[in-house]
Design a protein around this ligand. Sequence first.
Ligand code: AMP
Ligand code: TRP
Length: 331
Amino acid sequence: MKKIVSGIKPTGSLTLGNYLGAIKQFVKLQEERKEDEFYLFIADLHAITTRQTPHELRNRTLDIAAMYIASGLDKDRTTMFIQSEVLQHAELGYILQSNVYMGELERMTQYKDKVAKGEESIASSLFTYPALMAADILLYDADYVPVGDDQKQHLELTRDIANRFNHYYNDFFTVPEPIIPEVGARIMDLQDPYKKMSKSSDNPKGYITMFDEENMIKKKIRSAKTDSLGVIKYDPINQTGLANLLNIYASATDTNVEEIVLKYKVSNYKTFKEDLGQVLVDLLIPIQERYQDLIKSDSLQEILNQGRDRASDYAFKKMRKCKRKVGLGRK
Ligand code: AMP
Ligand code: TRP
């Protein structure tokens, strides 16, 4: 049995991109790996590395938890919890800060990008963020960590930190490996298919949120940018917008792009878009209904309580050993 651990930062509302790129992948992984144990947490401590409005942060934390369950996560096989409710994350994060070097943190692209953009008032926690992320993973002795491409570098640093710690204090942490999805990894903006679909886009027609109503979903797909060539084929260079819609269709229906192209070869954009709109409605509306039931229910609270207790139990024991290794506190 392997242990799989992942976290999601509750910043920005959920879009179809988050669903196809992260949530659905996680649920699929769980279906494929029946023998394994899953830990999934909402990384609210990571969220405050940039300014958050308190009530929005709290609502989004619950939204994400509910959305994962509504999307088919097996709650009985997942320890799902809120990061800040398991105190050892911050505690181990601090210890790992003492095992990572300034030079290593300075090389992280996510941090470098912020600096390059000339952003002022960057919180110091944004700089040390990878040490906390390493703690999230090493605390549970994760074997595998499913993440998007952008997190690969943080995971490599996590491995370096684990190896360094193991070397100095004698084997203690499991050195984790990443799992990076091949498809559905990049859903693009519907109006500007050269940029990633994201809620922070200026044009709301460019993204579909997980909360959009039926007509809104159909309307956004109908008005998605395509081209004037009028032939349905997969050509990301010359038919970038259409290629994105084909990817969305394939990812949403668990098929591959070739099959979709074959199906619509003799069709036109209008029919293809109508069908895609319907595919997404059939996919998202039932999730939304389950979400609505969950968000007000005691069962979501119970899942999070149980997750917190189970995770805390493991984390407490691991930390007690860790402090002993490092020489902190009394025997
Ligand atoms: P973010 O909302 O950017 O913090 O991302 C949360 C998760 O959703 C990460 O695993 C991302 O890789 C994934 N994600 C976000 N936007 C997209 C997108 N447009 N296409 C695919 N995956 C996405
Ligand atoms: N840093 C990740 C992100 O921004 C979220 C995250 C925090 C995470 N801790 C983690 C992911 C541990 C995997 C494992 O998306």
